[in-house]
Design a protein around this ligand. Structure first.
Ligand SMILES: C[S@@+](CC[C@H](N)C(=O)[O-])C[C@H]1O[C@@H](n2cnc3c(N)ncnc32)[C@H](O)[C@@H]1O
Length: 227
């Protein structure tokens, strides 16, 4: 049976795991998630004074990294989970965070120079709607960074093993972590996702895979789409 991605359930789950989300991310990725986020954001080549929207911002890692690499930029973090947002605000007291759903963005057309989403889109029930909202709110020729799990092969299997091990060692709510594995293994691999983004009006500029392909980011540019 496919993962239940009912937005209320997903939000409740992230509210519940928020207090140990960062520590577990560090453990299960052996610290690599932060390095990968940093490399991806550096390759986005954010220009001075850009306006950036970080969707599914969680505990605010992207915002923290963007503040370091592009300190003059204006960043807004958006997430459905209030508990995750509280932690994001603690990590980034000067930055703006708001509760919201990435499938219905409270922004005008063509507002942002850059939009980012890290390990977020996989959890969204209506992925196509989120993609079209990203397209709508991004400026013409604006850039979009998508980072998430990648191919399901060797690297993916090692990751699954580590998650199960950590869940047992730290006696974590195994239901939440089973969701993580299931959503990861159901999520389209990058080749397929790229085609999906292209049909929405994005052009692939760069892709980089990590950890034997288990994690991948892609950078796209918005180009004109015939309605
Ligand atoms: C795995 S976390 C990723 C957090 C952060 N971007 C990171 O890389 O560490 C996924 C986040 O997406 C949020 N989320 C899931 N569905 C959402 C939606 N439809 N709209 C906004 N946020 C959503 C969750 O609340 C959660 O904080």
């Amino acid at each position: 049976m496919a993962c239940d991605k009912n937005p209320e359930k997903i939000t409740k789950m992230f509210d519940e795991i928020s207090s140990y989300y960062d520590q577990m991310n560090n453990l299960i990725s052996l610290g690599t998630h932060y390095v990968i986020k940093k490399i991806a954001l550096q390759n986005l080549k954010i220009r001075k004074n850009s306006y950036i929207l970080d969707l599914c911002c969680g505990t605010g890692d992207f915002t923290q990294i963007i503040s370091k690499i592009a300190p003059e930029s204006r960043v807004i973090g958006l997430d459905n989970s209030v508990e995750m947002l509280k932690l994001a605000k603690m990590k980034n007291p000067q930055k703006v965070f708001m509760q919201g759903d990435c499938t219905s963005l409270p922004f005008m057309e063509n507002e942002f120079d850059f939009i980012t989403i890290g390990f977020g889109l996989r959890n969204v029930e209506n992925r196509k709607k989120a993609q079209s909202e990203i397209y709508r709110t991004l400026k013409q020729s604006g850039k979009f960074l998508h980072l998430d799990f990648g191919r399901h092969g060797f690297g993916g299997k090692i990751f699954d093993f580590i998650v199960v091990l950590m869940t047992k060692i730290f006696k974590l709510n195994s239901g939440n972590y089973l969701y993580l594995l299931k959503s990861k293994n159901e999520y389209p691999e990058p080749d397929e996702l790229i085609k999906e983004f292209e049909t929405q009006g994005f052009k692939l500029l760069k892709r980089q895979d990590f950890l034997f392909g288990a994690v991948s980011y892609q950078i796209f540019e918005k180009f004109y789409r015939e309605k």
